[in-house]
Design a protein around this ligand. Structure first.
Ligand SMILES: O=C(O)CCC(=O)C(=O)O
Length: 297
């Protein structure tokens, strides 16, 4: 139908991109929470071409949701590194040589010949470093039909769920994180000679303050935390045992089901994750880049 010979404007199809006609700006990525507590799926962004506006959305969403998920990102290693580098300096892994020509890119791989898979217990990446990574970006290119999900847990929520008395006790404590026991066991399992090398070790607050949000987060994990400083071993062991179980509470978590070319980006300062190896003998394979953080305070 037309009015006075002028055709009526046609409605925009629901699937059309929402360009702003006046400014010709790109559509803003959408950020959809996964649970009320943690995680968001970010849609409408191409990680091969991250604009400044996209980056601001990603950074803000990471601060509020702690872990972000992206689908259908058939991106290059250069793009993955470039995204990480917008957040900070990339770091090589202390026990993994990285891929050829890219020491800061860590392969994450398990197949029928594997005797272990990376990250099979709750942890925050390389928390044994004096400046543990602020974040990690993992892209999987090959995933099993089913299985191989990754669990993420919110360490603000874990801290806030503790009683006031327990929070008061933990607030003043520090703990020693050591990479040696875990990395040496990995090397033993896969038959790699570590040549007696030394691994990072550091003392960190049990409860850290996130430098960007100012919120308190629990910062001890099963993979690296050895003991609480200044407590007898039995008391340290009992408190850490309780906390290691506490971080795995289902109401702090989300669970990510990977597809080929899915990407997850997490903030190691306020999350822990646990990769489930339930898919042997299938293959699961991808690459991680890791971003240097600050000394926890
Ligand atoms: O494979 C995964 O989903 C995560 C692996 C892991 O734990 C890590 O990259 O730290």
């Amino acid at each position: 139908m037309s009015i006075g010979g002028v055709p009526e404007p046609r409605p925009i199809a629901a699937s059309a991109p929402s360009f702003d006609i006046l400014t010709m700006s790109q559509p803003t990525p959408s950020v959809d929470p996964v649970t009320p507590v943690i995680g968001a799926e970010v849609r409408g962004v191409d990680l091969d071409h991250v604009t400044d506006a996209d980056f601001r959305v990603i950074r803000d969403a990471l601060m509020s949701r702690c872990v972000l998920f992206f689908r259908d990102q058939d991106i290059s290693i250069a793009s993955q590194k470039a995204l990480g580098a917008r957040f900070g300096e990339l770091v090589a892994h202390p026990n993994d040589p990285g891929v050829d020509g890219h020491p800061e890119v860590m392969p994450i791989h398990a197949d029928e010949n594997s005797v272990r898979a990376t990250g099979e217990q709750w942890h925050s990446d390389v928390s044994c470093d004096p400046r543990p990574p602020m974040g990690s970006i993992l892209r999987m290119h090959t995933v099993p039909e089913t299985g191989g999900d990754t669990l993420f847990s919110n360490m603000y929520a874990a801290y806030e769920a503790l009683s006031e008395r327990m929070r008061t006790l933990l607030d003043g404590l520090t703990a020693v994180h050591d990479g040696g026991p875990y990395y040496r066991e990995v090397n033993r399992l896969i038959g790699r000679d570590d040549g007696g090398r030394a691994y990072p070790s550091a003392e960190h607050p049990v409860v850290r303050i996130h430098p960007a949000t100012g919120r308190k987060a629990l910062f001890v994990n099963q993979m690296f935390t050895q003991y609480i400083v200044g407590l007898p071993p039995a008391e340290s062991g009992a408190i850490l045992g309780f906390l290691f179980e506490h971080v795995g509470r289902p109401d702090f978590q989300c669970r990510f089901r990977w597809r080929p070319n899915s990407v997850a980006m997490w903030d190691n300062r306020c999350t822990q994750h646990h990769a489930i190896w339930d898919y042997w003998p299938a293959t699961r394979s991808g690459y991680r880049v890791t971003i240097r953080g600050e000394a926890p305070a």
